[in-house]
Ligand binder design. Structure first.
Ligand SMILES: [Zn+2]
Length: 396
């Protein structure tokens, strides 16, 4: 299955589509001004976008004193992407349109305790059932983005980061899922996907570079530079959770010692809570993510012990954010993922203060901190954005 069946071939095509998608109705002249392309080039590219049905002409806008201009807008229902967040305990499926809007969502049993081949057959079946249930023309679905916690091998289309899913590290996930569904498939890391999802959904203005801190069981980040994911060699860039704060500290699952994740992640918060006698159900009855949500809920409602646990975590995450900003010199950090869904406002406050006080370039420029609007589903929504971008608006 070709991944490039609908590629617009030329990166400037994708760039124009990105601007039309993220800024809303825009004229050809404004597109030329924003991209530096000639008006003739813009007209040629727009003709391709119109022919493929990706954009529509949406009437005329008054321009100051001159001719009235035809405006262009994205045609949201022209194409759809499938985003899948693969985890041991649960698999989340979302369908988004070309504007990044969610048009469908479902959850299925996780990948634990079954061989990759059986899980992939089930994913293929559940995906096609969802497309069918939503009544989408199968040909309008451009492909599938499937994401998991890292490390992953982007070029090989494999995941190898799930300690609970050891069989997957040699399994050719991209090829097998593509074969099972007959659709293009992109395999990437959850945090990278969340970052591209923010960008593609128009929640972050283009052209813009920013970092997305992603917190679920662990802590990662995705870095977007001028609309493209910064992946590094195999799409494992941004592993801020495995920056060591104490190289003689406790061993981490990654092989390093004293990693940020061991002090700040939801799993660490729950471990600290249990160690301090904080009242939570027994571990066999309440999962770490449920326990963390409970602590976060109490923290938001001013329970002092819960507040202290979350603030300790937020202080560590803020240190990670300072390092992330110092390494990248970016001026926007978006917080996404289930870990920020309830007590995100507390994290925003700690991160904002830390960056104002301690970021290396704080006297040169400020750094904005925002909460994602799709916190819980950020990785799945982002996975869909990844395949939409890869197929419709490829970057270089
Ligand atoms: Zn680590």
């Amino acid at each position: 299955v070709s991944l490039v069946s609908e590629d617009l071939e030329v990166p400037s095509h994708g760039r124009l589509l990105d601007i039309i998608r993220s800024t809303g109705p825009v004229s050809r002249i404004e597109l030329a001004e924003r991209t530096g392309l000639t008006r003739a080039s813009v007209s040629n590219i727009v003709r391709v976008l119109l022919e493929r049905g990706f954009v529509d002409e949406v009437g005329l806008a008054d321009s100051r004193g001159g001719k009235r201009r035809t405006m262009l807008a994205i045609s949201p229902a022209a194409r759809f992407g499938i985003g899948i967040h693969l985890k041991a305990d649960q698999i989340t499926y979302v369908v988004t349109n070309m504007a990044g809007g969610m048009v469908g969502r479902q959850q299925g049993r996780g990948a634990r305790d079954q061989s990759p081949a059986i899980v992939v057959a089930r994913i293929a079946h559940e995906t096609e059932t969802l497309i069918d249930k939503l009544g989408l023309p199968p040909a309008a679905v451009v492909g599938i983005g499937i994401v998991a916690p890292g490390p992953i091998d982007y070029a090989a289309g494999k995941i190898s980061g799930l300690p609970t899913l050891v069989d997957w590290s040699e399994y050719p996930l991209r090829e097998e899922l593509s074969q099972a569904t007959g659709r293009p498939v992109v395999v990437d890391k959850d945090a990278t996907a969340a970052a591209i999802g923010e960008f593609w959904g128009g929640r972050v203005d283009v052209p813009l570079s920013f970092a997305c801190l992603y917190m679920e069981q662990g802590i990662g980040s995705g870095i977007v530079v001028d609309g493209s994911a910064f992946r590094g060699s195999a799409s494992n860039a941004g592993e801020i959770g495995h920056v060591s704060l104490d190289f003689r500290g406790p061993p981490c699952r990654c092989g390093n010692r004293g990693c940020l994740e061991n002090f700040a992640s939801p799993v660490a918060v729950v471990r600290n809570a249990r160690a301090s006698g904080f009242p939570l159900g027994p571990p066999e009855e309440i999962s770490d993510s449920q326990a963390f949500d409970e602590i976060a809920r109490l923290a938001v409602n001013h329970d002092p012990a819960a507040r202290k646990l979350i603030e300790d975590s937020a202080a560590y995450v803020a240190e990670g954010a300072v390092s992330l900003v110092n390494m990248t010199d970016l001026d926007l950090v978006v917080l996404a993922g289930p870990g920020f869904a309830i007590a995100g406002a507390i994290y925003v406050e700690f991160i904002r203060d830390a960056l104002n006080e301690r970021a290396f370039a704080r006297k040169t420029h400020g750094v904005d901190v925002k909460l994602s609007t799709t916190s819980r589903d950020a990785a799945a929504v982002g996975a869909s954005a990844l395949v939409l971008q890869r197929v419709l608006a490829p970057r270089a």
